[in-house]
Ligand binder design. Sequence first.
Ligand code: GRF
Length: 187
Amino acid sequence: MVKKKACIFISGNGTNLKSIIINSRDPNFPIKISLVLTNNKNAGGIHYAKKFLIPFRIINFRKKKFERIALKEMVEKKIKLICLAGFMKILSKKFVRDFNGKIINIHPSLLPKYKGLNTFKRVLKNKERYTGCTVHVVDEKLDNGRVILKKRVEIYQGEEENILKKRVQNEEHKLYSMAIRKVYNPL
Ligand code: GRF
């Protein structure tokens, strides 16, 4: 199988990056992670790029500059897909349009509910019984594009935010790679 070359954008801990890297070692996984880009020189996820010998680049986020450098790096590496994994910046409409459906993202809620930040705080405040995570195609609006896969997680009574977050993130780690397989495996 010829794997599509992908770039992962991160800003933080990179636990989703780690799980995609591990899954991508399967010869039948449809993508190869050829590049990791981050706007944050202190992103914990850089550690996984180093550990698994994946080229990475830290680029200061001033939108036009970030996108220009990112694009150059990605053209050089023949990147066909971008996975946002805890990337905390908003890409320009032009950048998203130019990649036309080839950018996907993971969001810690059951979209279209709870777009934006602080999803766990808000679901708990609203006494929801369920939350979860969603992998979706990125379009020009925030947390808005076509849903690829969602996973529902029950919220336990009196559950604390950090415990809920951990449980949802455990599901994210499985869901992201399942979504990549769903979109890119020609089966
Ligand atoms: C995840 O919860 C993801 O849903 C959100 O940011 C978090 C990133 O975590 N977009 P990590 O950097 O992958 O550990």
